[in-house]
Ligand binder design. Structure first.
Ligand SMILES: O=C(O)CCC(=O)c1ccccc1C(=O)O
Ligand SMILES: [Mg+2]
Length: 347
């Protein structure tokens, strides 16, 4: 049995990026029943990253029409959703994995992990595009709240302005904090080189997607300048294998919503680890079901750096109460079976 119900969540704190402002998230809560266990998932398409809302709904409708979710293997319904609709696949795969982990009496993280999962995951604060002063203020507030990693969205304004923001963030954060800058593919080669060199001087931990997603060689070419390069859009569009083959990154950013689900994300992240490439797991500013799923994925993996999961605070309202609020820059993984959120009233 698969059911899906539409939702729409407004952001109280919209996220400004080089690729536009995210102000609202629409999607579907997905419910499956497998061997008497009720699993919950979430399909929240984000155009530019996944299929459109309409294509997501069509894929869910196709999956729901079939015979039901299998028991020990990913069967029919999930397989009927192809790689062109990763958010729909994520919703069904997450719900199925939640039910199977419950059946195994394990947390989703333990069910996904090779060995013992982490009990908590360090997370970064996310600072959207903003003025120099507002960037410094948001960075200071994040450090005061206990975050040891802060990611700045860059690439939406002139390079000089972003350069001033990088400096202001380092001044506000002090030395011990891991700073990151995410250009969402907006920079041309000279701008990328200039701002990457500045980020290296300022001791940033990495620069994310400096060059466009499809330009794997362009991202590879700006590695080795004294700061790590992470890719995100490249992983979502070209795939992990092509990214690794092109030596395009020191770090791969994995968004379960854009990669088609928690199981698939773990497989891809392990392939990166095997090549010595670290992983960061992030949301696409998801509701609580997908956010909690991404937390379990992060906890199941080794070689993860602070993850981009601290995004629930941007939502004006959520699908259900949060089983894993951020505390002092970390999120504790709920320990009960499956996703382990009561997610009242969703289950
Ligand atoms: O990684 C984070 O800190 C939060 C997630 C985030 O930045 C994001 C959210 C939605 C869409 C794209 C992105 C991105 O990392 O580029
Ligand atoms: Mg990114």
């Amino acid at each position: 049995m698969i059911r899906y119900d539409a939702f729409s969540l407004r952001l109280s704190s919209p996220l400004g990026t080089a690729a536009g402002r995210i102000e609202e998230r629409r999607g579907f809560v997905v419910r499956v029943e497998s061997d008497g266990h009720r699993g919950v998932g979430e399909a929240a398409p984000l155009p530019g990253w996944t299929e459109s809302y309409d294509d997501c709904e069509a894929a869910l409708s196709g999956a729901a029409g079939g015979s039901g979710v299998g028991n020990s293997a990913i069967t029919d319904p999930i397989d009927r959703i192809d790689g062109t609709t990763p958010a729909a696949r994520h919703g069904v795969e997450l719900a199925w994995a939640d039910a199977r982990a419950q059946a195994a009496g394990k947390s989703l993280a333990a069910w996904l992990a090779d060995g013992s999962p982490a009990e908590s995951v360090p997370v970064n604060a996310t600072v959207g595009d903003a003025t120099v002063e507002a960037t410094a203020e948001a960075t200071r507030a994040a450090v005061e709240a206990g975050y040891e990693a802060v990611k700045l969205k860059v690439g939406a304004r002139e390079p000089d302005a972003d350069a001033a923001r990088l400096r202001a963030a380092r001044d506000a954060a002090g030395d011990g904090v891991a700073l990151r800058a995410d250009a969402n593919g907006a920079w041309d080669r000279p701008t990328a080189e200039r701002l990457i060199d500045l980020a290296a001087d300022l001791g940033f931990a990495y620069v994310e997607q400096p060059r466009p997603a499809s330009d794997l060689a362009g991202n590879a070419a700006v590695r080795g300048r004294g700061v790590d390069i992470a890719v995100d859009e490249s992983v979502a569009t070209a795939g992990v294998d092509a990214t690794l083959a092109a030596d395009a990154a020191d770090v791969v950013v994995c968004k379960p919503m854009a990669l088609g689900g928690p199981v698939r994300t773990c497989e891809l992240a392990r392939r990166a680890s095997a090549r010595g490439v670290d992983t960061v797991v992030t949301t696409t500013i998801d509701g609580v079901v997908a956010r909690t799923g991404a937390l379990h994925v992060a906890a199941a993996l080794s070689d993860v750096r602070a993850c981009g999961l601290a995004t629930g605070g941007r939502l004006a309202s959520d699908l259900a109460s949060d089983p894993a609020p951020v505390d002092t820059g970390r999120m504790a993984v709920p320990a009960g079976p499956g996703l382990a959120g009561s997610f009242d009233p969703l289950r």
